[in-house]
Structure formats: structure tokens, C-alpha cells
Design a binder for this molecule. Structure first.
Ligand SMILES: *Cc1c(COP(=O)(O)O)cnc(C)c1O
Length: 400
């Protein structure tokens, strides 16, 4: 991902910053579009994963829809040129202001997460003389086999409507004249790479759509949510999410009836590999038990390790590139990275003990001023940055 020109450019740029490789982004989006269009599936980009303008513009140019989780995301999606007929709005706590803004924008569908929310959207739509398209977000009680911090589809989670409430949902829908029932929506978690999870989800969706049809509703939309995972361990050798297998599972196990549309809401899988957080070593602290690399980036720039115990590959670009140049001069045709001989705890400068990217990271001997890349940071990275400790806003640099 980083050739010597790129590293040279990093050397002349103030750190920390997010580096976006637009080729990686486009290759990923190509793969996603090709794999989904084979089956006529509709993909909405989950904006919360990354709302960097250049990234969102690139995604919009592919004709994907947008999956939003706040009123501001709805507005931003429309400002970025997403077709309002392809904008969906999810979230367990939509405020009246946000619902009104989405009604004014004539979005395609609200993914509704409680019976009370159904009643409120109905009231607010009626007041505007509008009819709101809605899908019922059902909590399918499917275990995503992912980290429990990012599981959303179990009975114990706050998201969605539980199946034992469906009779009340049906009754409410019949009463609400300003709602148009479009279909059913699911989202079981994030960073899911086990296709068996999606197969289980398909079975639940099939049961649920039968339930609605049996109760006199036409289910036009089957929205399976998002959650497809990426390879945080091998960003270079396995840089594109397995869209092929993912969409194939749904085409095989979902019972799609004539006239139905299948929708997806992918965030992470579309953007994660396109960015790295680039930082510099400020200090090297050698202790008796531990060695620390203290970076000029911390949880204020990338919070995932601290928030979800997430893994990111960490590389010392300066030592790797020095090694490559040396090996090239020695005329070695096959170059592997230098031996990783030291274990460092790679930490940030923030006054919190949790401000650690990873413990016991194998790295070559590292020095003050070395460039460190924290890989696969394109999803839930820059968007979660904060100015805690009154830090400067993190900058973005693009490959073009
Ligand atoms: C966050 C979210 C997504 C996207 O999840 P990824 O794991 O990034 O694919 C999709 N749908 C809903 C409702 C979400 O909240």
C-alpha cells in the first residue's frame, strides 16, 4: 500500500493524519457493486462508518443508496447527491426533529425500532399530510458470533422489535393511516465473517416475512442490514471483503418472492481498508517489563481499540522502507519486512490508561520520529475522532 514516494510524502506531512488510498476504495466499491448486481440486490452505504466528504462522494458516484442513523446523516446524504428514493433512516432513538426533517426530505423508508416510534412517525406524518414508508426492524435473536460489544440482534440488545411484540405491531400498523408498510429490516451486528450467521439470518427473515404475509401484509422489502467484516490481520494480502460469498449466501437461502427487493446496508466492508492512521513515534520508553512506543496519535484519533478491544495491524513504515532500500542496494530480489524483534506496547499521548492501540506488538527496533501506520482504519475511525484533551482535529490526506 505504501511505496517509497508515499512514505516520502508522509515524511513531509504533519502527523497524525488519516491517509485515504482512493484506489483501494474504488477497487472495493467495484467488487461490492459487481457482486451485488449479479443478483439485482440493492446496497445502501451506512454513512456512520465514514462520512468524510471525498469518501462519501466516491461511494455516491456508484449509485448506491444511503443508510442513515441521524437526521444530520439524512441531510448530508441528500446534500452529497444520494437519491432520496434510496435513503433509509434507522436508529433506536429518532427525535421528533429528525423524523420531521426526514419526512420533509421524502426519504424512502424509516426502519422503525419500537411500537411507540411507529405511533409518533404516524402522528408527525399526518400533521404534514404525508405518508411515511416504514420497515419494521425485527430483533431476530440471531447470534452474530462477533465481539459482544458489537452484537445487536439478541433479545438482550436495545435494537429492534422483539418477535413476541409482532401482534401489537400488526394492530398498530392497521390503525396508522399515515404509515405505509414496506417490509422488514434486520441488523445483527458488525465485523461478521462467519457466513453461517447470515444463513441463520436468512432463515429468520423467511419465517418473519411469512408471518407478515399470513397477517395480510405485503412484504416488498427484505432489508438484511449490514455487518460484513474485513480482515484486520491481512490488509495487504486480503484487502477486499468477501462480497462474493456474502451476497451468494443471501441469494441461496433467502426466499425472495416475485416483486420483492432485497436491500443491504454495508458500512465497514466498503471503507475499512481504504485508510490508515499515520502517526509518528514521539518517545521510546524502555522499561524493565515493558517497552512503550508513545505515538502522537491516540484514542482521540482512533478509538476502536479502546472502545471495542479491536485489533489493528501496526507497521513501522520508516524502518520497513529503510530495510527495503538497503535490500534493494544489496540487490536482493525477494524482500520481506525486517525481522520484528522487539515487543512494544503502542500507546497514545492521552491522559487515560486505556489509551493503548495494542500491547506486545512485534516491531523492528523503533526510534523517535519513525512513521507508524495503523491499518484498516477507514471505518469507525476518523468519524469517531474527538478533541478530548483539547487536541487538534485530525487531518486527512488522500492518495490523489
Ligand atoms: C451500523 C449499521 C450498519 C452498518 O454496519 P457495518 O457493520 O458497518 O456494515 C447497517 N445498518 C444499521 C442499522 C446500522 O446501525
Amino acid at each position: 500500500m505504501f511505496n517509497n514516494n508515499t512514505i516520502q510524502r508522509f515524511n513531509n506531512t504533519e502527523t497524525p493524519f488519516y491517509y485515504y488510498d482512493m484506489d483501494v476504495l474504488r477497487n472495493t466499491l467495484d467488487a461490492c457493486r459487481d457482486a451485488s448486481s449479479k443478483y439485482g440486490f440493492h446496497v445502501h452505504y451506512a454513512m456512520k462508518a465514514n462520512f468524510n466528504t471525498k469518501v462519501v462522494d466516491a461511494i455516491q458516484s456508484y449509485g448506491f443508496g444511503a443508510d442513515c442513523v441521524s437526521g444530520n446523516e439524512v441531510r448530508s446524504a441528500i446534500e452529497h447527491g444520494f437519491d432520496k428514493g434510496k435513503v433509509v433512516f434507522a436508529g433506536v432513538g429518532k427525535s421528533d426533529k429528525e423524523i420531521n426533517a426526514a419526512l420533509d426530505a421524502d426519504i424512502f423508508c424509516f426502519n422503525v425500532e419500537s411500537i411507540q416510534e411507529l405511533e409518533i412517525i404516524n402522528e408527525l406524518a399526518a400533521a404534514k399530510g404525508k405518508v411515511a414508508g416504514i420497515a419494521i426492524r425485527i430483533n431476530p435473536n440471531v447470534d452474530a458470533h462477533t465481539h459482544h460489544f458489537i452484537t445487536t440482534g439478541l433479545d438482550e440488545n436495545k435494537f429492534g422489535i422483539n418477535t413476541w411484540q409482532l401482534n401489537d405491531v400488526a394492530e398498530t400498523l392497521r390503525k396508522c393511516a399515515s404509515l405505509k408498510f414496506l417490509g422488514i429490516h434486520f441488523h445483527v451486528g458488525s465485523q461478521i465473517t462467519d457466513m453461517e450467521v447470515y444463513r441463520n439470518l436468512c432463515n429468520r427473515i423467511n419465517e418473519m416475512q411469512d408471518w407478515f404475509e399470513d397477517h395480510g401484509f405485503t412484504v416488498k422489502i427484505l432489508n438484511t442490514g449490514g455487518g460484513l467484516g474485513v480482515d484486520y490481520y491481512n490488509p495487504d494480502t486480503n484487502g477486499i471483503a468477501d462480497f462474493e460469498s456474502y451476497f451468494k449466501v443471501f441469494s441461496k437461502f433467502l426466499n425472495v418472492k416475485p416483486g420483492q427487493e432485497v436491500h443491504f446496508e454495508l458500512g465497514r466492508a466498503m471503507v475499512a481498508q481504504s485508510a490508515s492512521l499515520i502517526s509518528r513515534v514521539l518517545y521510546v520508553k524502555n522499561g524493565q517489563k515493558k517497552n512503550f512506543l508513545i505515538l502522537d496519535a491516540g484514542m482521540t484519533e482512533l478509538m476502536r481499540p479502546m472502545l471495542y478491544q479491536a485489533y489493528h495491524a501496526i507497521e513501522n513504515l520508516s524502518q520497513n522502507s529503510k530495510f527495503k532500500i538497503q535490500k534493494l542496494e544489496e540487490n536482493q530480489s525477494e524482500i520481506v519486512n525486517p525481522k520484528s524483534e522487539i515487543k512494544y506496547d503502542v500507546v497514545g499521548p492521552i491522559c487515560e490508561s486505556t489509551d493503548c492501540f495494542r500491547k506486545d506488538v512485534d516491531l523492528p527496533q523503533s526510534y523517535r520520529g519513525d512513521l507508524i501506520a495503523i491499518r484498516t482504519a477507514g471505518a469507525y475511525g476518523e468519524v469517531m475522532a474527538s478533541n478530548y484533551n483539547l487536541r487538534d482535529a485530525v487531518q486527512s490526506v488522500y492518495s490523489e
